[in-house]
Design a protein around this ligand. Sequence first.
Ligand code: PMP
Length: 365
Amino acid sequence: MSSDDVRLEDLPLREDLRGRSPYGAPQLDVPVRLNTNENPYPPPQALVDDVTEAVREVAAGLHRYPDRDAIALRQDLAAYLTGATGVPLTERNLWAANGSNEVLQQILQAFGGPGRSALGFEPSYSMHPIIAAGTRTDWVPTPRRDDFTLDTEAAARIVGERQPDVVFVTSPNNPTGGSIPFDELELVLRAAPGIVVVDEAYAEFSSQRSAVELIEAYPAQLIVSRTMSKAFAFAGGRLGYLAAAPAVIDALQLVRLPYHLSLLTQAAARAALRHADETLATVAKLAAERERVAEALLGLGFTPVPSDANFILFGRFADAKASWQAYVDNGVLIRDVGIAGHLRVTIGTPEENDAFLAASKEVPR
Ligand code: PMP
């Protein structure tokens, strides 16, 4: 018997993980890849050079562990977020990890777990329930309206009834694209007995005010998570972060693995942040393209869902899975997010969007 003969079912896996599927956005080699909400513009040469130089410098110290608390990086992130939101923040308000997925996992390790629950408004980001499962946090799915907006009054009522330890509000929401109006966020915060995580992975693309503005008013509840994977064009660098009251960061230090952010990651992320103005200049271009693509989809007879992010959910398809495959056959990879009759496309460069729109004329509805 070789190691290949052992199947997953043969392993002494936790019962609650049996039969589950891993996160699985297909990574296919097709000409136009518009499926994981990345920034389509590669980093500018000056950023590439700066990252390379920064990594070269720190490489001489690779025999030592990195700064466990990533203080300098957290200072830089605080400066960026203060500039972006107008809210004064220091490194004591910031925490960083390998992608916001790791940030979210640490939040559930600290505030969720066995005997606790987390509530989310679905359809939303598929990793929230997967991270809940991994940390053995009970998942409480709560529906959005049929048009995918959030009925905040109903949401507050359900939060009050279910008393979840953690509430996830994704704004702009992935995969549907809309934001929760800033004024309505407090309804959820007031109803929640515990932590409210506002997942702002796509905040830079949105015109809504950031939940960061509410941290001072709800310091024992509110955590705002962000990422450099989207607007910052740094998905490959794996850097997510959050803003919250300093005590929240103290709590996360209890569950984080020591030295979780490598010397290389910290140096590269700091270098990338120094070029924030250049990278974020792509945001306006992408927002304009989003409107162009939405209009064009309407013109083709599709129904795009209004989006505040760098992607659009659109329908209707009789068989979304078959249409997804037809896009692939036309050289365009988009995403079947499991919403009946709908597919999601990430906004790419104008050329990529044109290729997507051309393919949209070919695929079965
Ligand atoms: N939150 C949301 C809503 C997302 O869409 C994503 C990426 N798809 C993430 C978090 C995680 O991104 P990352 O781990 O790359 O920061």
